[in-house]
Design a protein around this ligand. Sequence first.
Ligand code: SAH
Length: 218
Amino acid sequence: MRPTEDSYRFQGLRKKLVDIIAAKGITNEKVLQVIGKIPRHFFLDSAFGEEAYADKAFPIGEGQTISQPYTVAYQTQLLEIEPFNKVLEIGTGSAYQAVVLAEMGAQVYTIERQKKLFELNKNFPLLKKYLTIKFFYGDGYEGLPTYAPFDRIIITAAAPEIPEKLIAQLKPGGMMVIPVGAGDVQQMMRITKQANGALKEEVFDNFSFVPMLGGKNS
Ligand code: SAH
């Protein structure tokens, strides 16, 4: 079960977590503020207890993980979210990253291919207050053509290469943040679609994500 009670103790642990990720190099004040605000323990089984505030990835079932807070902050910082940006997220998982994006002021469209994880979020009380997040069950490689184009796209699973269909769903001037690599380690990349449609690619640090898989899992 996911816990629903916050406490001063957990708030204190969040402050420490913010200090840890700031020390690791996250500088965007809004990102730090949001990480300090969201009760990460709500997204994990109650068995995790205070461990929920360790700067670590944890299992969330179906062989998947909630990303490490530093990684969530890193990707969010690279996205340079502006209020009311339409953001597509591939890999809802625990929905922690989706809530971070919503707290950054984004209109979030998030896709998960694991039916069980998708269903779990349907009954997640915390999400009732986030009307700016829309949840989809499907294959992220297809994106959401009906809702495209997007100002920002974030992929939270390891992509063997940059998915063309998703690039097509990016607005001119839009950005995609994606960990790219087929092996155990991926390079964080930011692809900016310029006004003339040309792509600018930037490469950042190495990370290790669960793989972005094709199709849906029921
Ligand atoms: N953003 C999540 C991280 C979850 S890990 C969080 O904050 O908790 C990555 C997630 O991507 C997993 O839940 C996995 O099932 C999902 N995933 C992998 N390939 C996918 C695809 N093609 N489409 C949608 N989701 C995918």
